[in-house]
Design a binder for this molecule. Structure first.
Ligand SMILES: C[S@@+](CC[C@H](N)C(=O)[O-])C[C@H]1O[C@@H](n2cnc3c(N)ncnc32)[C@H](O)[C@@H]1O
Length: 288
C-alpha cells in the first residue's frame, strides 16, 4: 500500500495514519541529514533501509554506528545478494554485488539434484542463492567451507533451511573424503588481492572486514593456485570450478586453472563489472 493511501476511510484512522506517515517522513529526513553530514554517499538509500528495517528502539544506536563508520551491512545485520537477504555478522566478509555474476554462472551450470561446493564461503551468500534457485523437488546438495570461525558460524545459519553442510578448515581439508569425484560445481570467491594492495582498499573494508578475506599473497593468486590444484580430485567428470578474479588477473587465473588440468574459459560481465574463470573437468576423450 502506498504511503499516502489511508487504510480505511474512517476519519480517525485516516488522521492517525497520516500522522504516522508524517512522523516516519520526518524521521527519514533526520537520518538522511545525519548520514550526509557523516559523508555517506548513499545517504537517502541507507536512511530508507535503516528507518524501514531497524526497530525504533534500536534506531538511534544504529544510526550512530553507521555515522562512526561501521559498514551498513553490519549495522543492519544482513546484506542483499541476488534478491536474497543474507544474514551477516560483524567480522564476516560482506558479499559484493559483483559476485552475483559468479552465482548466476553457477546457476546456469548446476543441474537439479547436483552437488555444489562453496569454497571460501564467508557468509555462504553464493551457496544460498544458488541452492535457492532450485525448487524443492530439484534440490541440490550443498557443502560449504571456510577457514574462519565467524564465517562458518554465519554460513551455518544462512544455509540451515537449505540443508547445507558447512565445515571449517583450510580449503578442502575438512571435507569428507567420500565427496571426492562427486562435486558438480565448485564456486570459489577466494581472496585475490595482492597483499601489498590491501592498504589501497576503501577504508571501511580495511578497518572492518577480515584481512584474510582479501589476502591473496604476493601476486594475489596464491589461494587460487591451491584451490585449482586440488579441484580435479573433487569434481565429477564434466563438473566445473568457477572462480571469481580481477579483470587484470583473468589470463593468469585461466592459466592456473589450465595448469591444474581443467579446460578453462574466461567470462566477463560489464553490468556487474565482474570476471569469472570457469574450468571444466573433461573426460579422457576430451568430452565433458
Ligand atoms: C573474498 S571472501 C569471499 C566470501 C564469500 N564467498 C563471498 O563471496 O561473499 C574470502 C573468504 O575466504 C576465506 N578464506 C581465506 N583463506 C582461506 C583458506 N585457506 N581456506 C578456507 N577459507 C579461506 C576467508 O575467511 C573469507 O571468508
Amino acid at each position: 500500500m502506498g504511503a499516502s493511501t489511508p487504510l480505511k476511510t474512517c476519519p480517525l484512522t485516516t488522521d492517525i495514519y497520516n500522522e504516522l506517515s508524517c512522523a516516519t517522513e520526518a524521521l527519514y529526513l533526520f537520518v538522511v541529514d545525519k548520514l550526509r553530514a557523516a559523508g555517506c554517499v548513499y545517504a537517502e538509500e541507507e536512511a530508507r533501509l535503516l528507518v524501514s528495517s531497524v526497530p525504533m528502539a534500536a534506531l538511534h544506536d544504529s544510526v550512530q554506528q553507521r555515522v562512526s563508520g561501521t559498514p551498513l551491512e553490519y549495522v543492519l545485520g544482513w546484506a542483499e545478494f541476488l534478491g536474497h537477504r543474507i544474514a551477516l555478522d560483524e567480522g564476516v566478509f560482506i558479499p559484493r554485488r559483483r559476485s552475483e555474476f559468479l552465482a548466476s554462472q553457477a546457476i546456469d551450470l548446476l543441474r537439479p539434484g547436483g552437488v555444489l561446493l562453496d569454497l571460501c564461503c564467508g557468509s555462504g551468500a553464493l551457496a544460498v542463492v544458488i541452492a535457492a534457485s532450485f525448487a524443492a523437488d530439484e534440490a541440490v546438495t550443498v557443502w560449504a567451507s571456510d577457514i574462519d570461525t565467524n564465517a562458518v558460524r554465519c554460513a551455518t545459519k544462512n544455509l540451515a533451511s537449505l540443508g547445507g553442510l558447512v565445515v571449517q578448515g583450510d580449503l578442502y581439508e575438512a571435507l569428507p573424503v567420500d565427496l571426492k569425484g562427486r562435486v558438480h560445481v565448485i564456486v570459489s570467491n577466494a581472496p585475490y588481492v595482492p597483499t601489498l594492495e590491501i592498504e589501497l582498499l576503501p577504508r571501511e573494508a580495511r578497518l572492518y572486514e577480515p584481512h584474510r578475506s582479501f589476502a591473496g599473497g604476493p601476486d594475489g593468486l596464491s589461494v587460487q593456485r591451491r584451490v585449482a590444484r586440488e579441484a580435479p580430485a573433487w569434481l565429477a567428470r564434466g563438473g566445473s570450478l568457477l572462480m571469481e578474479t580481477s579483470e587484470a588477473a583473468a589470463d593468469c587465473t585461466k592459466a592456473i586453472i589450465e595448469a591444474a588440468g581443467l579446460a578453462a574459459r574466461v567470462v566477463r560481465s560489464e553490468t556487474w563489472d565482474a570476471t569469472v574463470v570457469i574450468g571444466t573437468r573433461v573426460g579422457g576423450d576430451g568430452v565433458p
